[in-house]
Design a protein around this ligand. Structure first.
Ligand code: XMP
Length: 515
């Protein structure tokens, strides 16, 4: 792999993604990992990420110099660039000059690392200190107003670095710089593809599972659908999928899973109709966290019941020893790197199962980002609208009704949501929008007028967001025309709703869902 050393800022995931976009496998490791442990992973290259603003700051993380002596190709980015310069004998100064945002870099000599660059390129900067002189053996490639040494390379040592952030889209030639490092400085072959991922996982799953039975909870979402499809490819008939209909689904969702997924994969599917169980458990509950915990708990109960049924139906079969989970790489990184990360919401993954559940986990997507999961799904031949489905939370409409959940309120929300989805699809916005929760403010009423009469109905909120990974998001600038269509249709077609409002809050400070 290419190791991306995380210095604690938000950049490491982005860099890892860009490396994979270049068809090279990458893994994120914490900066506290020793050089020996990094080298034990036999890295094809190492990228040092951005991080705190100053190598002189108290407790600024440093890099084990042994890493630079091992002959592994290294690229330094921003803080990583400075740390590399310092470790190799260059000088880094606290000039007090800060460069932040769009900056012009003058490329005096593109060399290999900046090959293809024009004389001046636009780059995204965020730094205080700057490298004053390059280490011996390094060629200076670029400068900016605030950084006399803004990029350098040493081809013999297979090292290079840039002061700017090539991983962000505001550096238009950033991907080219990353690819120059990977292909030309480090000499890595771009052979990480969806097809390879599938082959590798299939082999791994067969070795792990043997002849035991496996179950997988399908939620209708991309992750569990793709995870199940890979496992099915690996062990076929040993897999049973369980789809829990908790009654908090959107219009047509249960039918879509039953019909389309089975048609595409031929998988054995058990549908558990648990609508009553969930509605009863949620009766009168308004607190968001309580709702989430109840839904999580009932999921487990429903799942256990389904598993008992599976075993009862074929008691002579092999034991059910494995449970498939659609865990993604960001989940792994975040739970591994979490130094007391605040619990903002209890995200229950459908599989947020308790310790004492006696299953071993099969997690074929553990190394993948969401866009890669989609590519793998497409490669496996899953239907396009399933592969490109927008995220939908496990607790479903239960956390989009602000107030207590009732069957009647669910029905109102389901109708409004179906209209919004329909219009956004018609407007061709599905891929620009990460997801668009529709939220029913069930305990709020406002006065309206319709057909000469007074109405006293509920508002619904449209929450269209754009995002790369749901960690941060911005509200999507949906065209007014489309918003007008949605608003007209909802207020005309859903009698209980007399007002449609638009949420124009980014994340942070707002989360994507309202509860
Ligand atoms: P928030 O609301 O925290 O959501 O900004 C981030 C992303 O996660 C989804 N989400 C969930 N997904 N179980 C899930 O499987 C959950 O409990 C859950 N809560 C939020 C949300 O839709 C968004 O994509």
């Amino acid at each position: 792999p290419v190791l991306v050393v995380d210095f604690g800022a938000q950049y490491a995931q982005l860099i890892a993604r860009r490396v994979r976009e270049a068809n090279v496998y990458s893994e994120i490791v914490p900066h506290s990992m020793s050089a020996a442990d990094m080298l034990a992973k036999d890295p094809a290259g190492v990228i040092l990420s951005g991080g705190p603003s100053s190598v002189y700051a108290d407790g600024a993380p440093s890099i084990d110099p042994a890493l630079f002596e091992a002959g592994v190709p290294v690229m330094g980015i921003c803080y990583g660039f400075q740390a590399m310069a310092q470790a190799m004998g260059g000088t880094v100064a606290q000039t007090g000059l800060r460069e932040y945002g769009r900056t012009q870099a003058t490329v005096s000599e593109p060399g290999t690392a900046l090959a293809g660059s024009p004389g001046v390129q636009e780059v995204w900067m965020s730094h205080g200190d700057s490298v004053q002189s390059a280490p011996e053996g390094f060629t200076v490639l670029a400068t900016t107003e605030g950084a006399p040494v803004a990029a350098f390379e040493n081809l013999e040592a297979r090292m290079c670095g840039v002061q700017w952030h090539p991983e962000v889209k505001h550096s238009p030639l950033g991907q080219a710089a990353i690819e120059n490092f990977l292909y030309n400085v480090a000499g890595i072959q771009p052979d990480w593809t969806s097809a390879n991922v599938i082959d590798e996982q299939v082999e791994r799953i067969r070795a792990q599972v043997g002849s035991a039975r496996v179950i997988c909870g399908l939620s209708g979402g991309v992750d569990s659908a793709v995870a199940a499809a890979i496992v099915q490819k690996a062990v076929g008939d040993q897999l049973t999928c369980v789809f829990v209909d908790h009654g908090l689904l959107r219009e047509g969702e249960a039918e879509q899973v039953e019909r389309d997924y089975v048609a595409a994969t031929g998988v054995r599917l058990v549908v558990a109709d648990e609508r009553e169980r969930f509605l009863e458990a949620l009766d009168g509950v308004t607190d968001p966290e309580t709702k989430r915990k109840i839904i999580g708990r009932e999921f487990i109960r429903a799942f256990e019941a389904a598993e008992r049924d599976i075993v009862a139906a074929a008691p002579e079969g092999e034991p059910v020893r494995f449970l498939v989970q659609g865990t993604l790489y960001p989940d792994v990184v975040e739970s591994g790197g979490g130094e007391g990360a605040a619990n903002i919401k209890s995200h229950h993954n459908v599989g947020g199962l308790p310790e004492d559940l006696e299953f071993e986990l099969v997690e074929p997507l553990r190394t993948l980002f969401k866009d890669e999961v989609r590519a793998v799904g497409a490669e496996l031949g899953l239907p396009e609208d399933m592969v490109w489905r927008q995220p939908f939370p496990g607790p479903g409409l239960g956390i989009r009704i602000i107030g207590a959940v009732t069957e009647e309120r669910l029905e109102i929300l389901r109708r409004a949501d179906a209209i919004a989805r329909d219009e956004l699809t018609k407007a061709g916005l599905d891929r620009d929008i990460w997801q668009c929760p529709v939220v029913l403010l069930a305990d709020v009423r406002s006065v309206g007028v319709q057909g000469d009469g007074r109405t006293y109905g509920h508002p619904v909120v449209l929450r269209p967001v754009s995002s790369e990974d749901a960690m941060t998001a911005d509200w999507t600038r949906v065209p007014y025309e489309t918003l007008a269509h949605i608003s007209n249709r909802i207020t005309n077609e859903v009698a209980e709703v007399n007002r449609v409002v638009l949420d124009v809050t980014s994340k942070p400070p707002g989360t994507i869902e309202w509860e």
